[in-house]
Design a protein around this ligand. Sequence first.
Ligand SMILES: CC(C)(COP(=O)(O)OP(=O)(O)OC[C@H]1O[C@@H](n2cnc3c(N)ncnc32)[C@H](O)[C@@H]1OP(=O)(O)O)[C@@H](O)C(=O)NCCC(=O)NCCS
Length: 168
Amino acid sequence: MSGGFEIRAATLGDAERIYAMVHLNRDQLVPRSMGGIVETIDRFFVAEAAGEMVGCATYQIHPEFGDARAATVEVQSLAVKGAFRRRGIGRALVEAVIGRVAAFGPKDVVALTFAPEFFGSLGFVEIPKTKVMHKLYTGCINCTKHTDPFTCPEIAMKREMRAADRLP
Ligand SMILES: CC(C)(COP(=O)(O)OP(=O)(O)OC[C@H]1O[C@@H](n2cnc3c(N)ncnc32)[C@H](O)[C@@H]1OP(=O)(O)O)[C@@H](O)C(=O)NCCC(=O)NCCS
């Protein structure tokens, strides 16, 4: 454990806390059902500090973005508990996701986010929302906060995979 926290793969026992964390950040994150979290628990990472779960992140592979043989991966449900922010936990969660998906050979990683400074610090750059149209039609279309995904302030960002992203 470095920096006073640990990143580990989630277990089914974490599902309720992940649900609570996503719900707590509902203004920034797409809602998730408990059933949906349990079904995809093998894709989640959690951060632990001082004996409690203080962050989570997961991903989805999108064959519909670009070339399916080197599909794009989206970072999803990334959140760190308020009192534990700015300690490198968010960065470590994204790096854990990238480290795992690197083994699958994706071309790039994307995020739709209200935290562009955070993703920018990890080497993500803004891309036009038109590059993630499928996501807009399947995910954002169900949004209850904004009438139009193109005027919603959420920003689409991308980072090309690098050789160094692969975990040893
Ligand atoms: C975005 C979020 C996950 C960042 O988590 P975090 O643990 O605070 O992030 P880190 O400590 O790893 O930050 C890494 C770098 O990102 C940048 N950064 C992080 N938060 C920032 C902020 N609020 N404003 C500006 N830059 C920020 C900084 O460069 C930071 O490095 P520094 O602290 O050395 O300056 C967290 O703020 C959060 O849970 N927000 C609510 C949910 C959300 O918006 N999730 C993203 C949806 S895709």
